[in-house]
Design a protein around this ligand. Structure first.
Ligand code: ATP
Ligand code: MG
Length: 259
């Protein structure tokens, strides 16, 4: 087995003339929690969209769980074991909460009936309530359509999904940016639970306190390129150091001079 659950080689995405992501070489070990930081527009979400098949990359390789992969979309990535919470949410507006949680992995009865097998609504409802409880968000009625929920409530539904299913890799793109204090604390607890369970995580965050509390390593993106790889658990790296990489005041030699 490879030491790494995920590896990208020369991962690149250009939108016409916009070089949103260039030559990203990244490795994530089994069980490791990594944060991606960088200014607005640095290419963080673009990186995640290529990995999860939301978009098709311009070039480069993605090796997930030992295999080169080409996901055709986020459901395809989810089937392979990547649970992602996107910055702009990928929930189905016209479905209610349980249907969103179980989208693509519905609980069923009598599977031998093939296409006529029965959906286990009661089981899905209970699992939904259990998952939501972990996020502390109060959703008045889980049978409401996502369309009628606040931004924070939607975000919690998406996070409840990652807390409900075991996945091989969880990716969260600014999961707490729209959340209140209590909900943020709960989401941070979910992240700690994933760590204890040995499940790897990529967390995109602008919140320095959160990053230093939660992860082992910080990758900094700047102008579409990785410019620093910082082992914050074992090396003396301060918040100011990270800011210096984010703003370009400092660059790690291995990533070359930046323009
Ligand atoms: N669909 C698109 N078409 C054209 N340009 C895009 C598209 N999506 C992103 N970009 C550009 O690519 C660059 C990287 O965007 P991206 O969303 O990855 O940034 P980010 O690091 O996630 O920023 P933020 O912290 O604001 O979320 C930006 O310059 C953005 O304008
Ligand atoms: Mg983003």
């Amino acid at each position: 087995m490879s030491d790494y659950i995920l590896e990208t080689r020369d991962l690149t995405k250009h939108y016409g003339g916009v070089q949103a992501l260039t030559g990203a070489n990244f490795k994530l070990k089994h069980g490791e929690h990594v944060a991606i930081m960088g200014d607005n527009g640095a290419g963080k979400s673009t990186f995640v969209r290529q990995i999860t098949g939301v978009e098709q990359r311009t070039r480069g390789e993605i090796i997930f769980d030992g295999k080169a992969v080409h996901f055709s979309g986020p459901l395809d990535a989810r089937e392979a074991g990547i649970e992602a919470v996107f910055q702009t949410l990928a929930l189905a507006d016209d479905l209610d909460v349980p249907d969103n949680l179980f989208l693509g992995r519905e609980k069923t009865f009598l599977d031998w009936l093939g296409p006529f097998r029965l959906l286990d609504y009661k089981g899905m409802r209970q699992a939904t309530l259990d998952g939501l409880e972990k996020t502390a968000v109060k959703i008045p009625n889980i049978n409401n359509r996502i369309r009628n929920m606040s931004g924070g409530q939607r975000q919690c539904v998406a996070i409840a999904r990652t807390a409900t299913f075991h996945s091989k890799l969880t990716i969260m793109d600014e999961p707490t940016a729209a959340l209140g204090v209590q909900e943020t604390a709960q989401v941070e607890n979910i992240i700690r639970t994933l760590k204890e369970a040995g499940e790897p995580l990529i967390l995109i965050s602008h919140n320095m306190r959160q990053v230093f509390d939660l992860v082992d390593r910080v990758i900094v993106f700047r102008r579409g390129r990785i410019c620093a790889d910082l082992d914050i658990k074992n090396e003396k790296v301060t918040g100011e150091d990270v800011v210096a990489y984010i703003t370009g005041a400092k660059t790690q030699e291995q990533f070359g001079e930046l323009t």
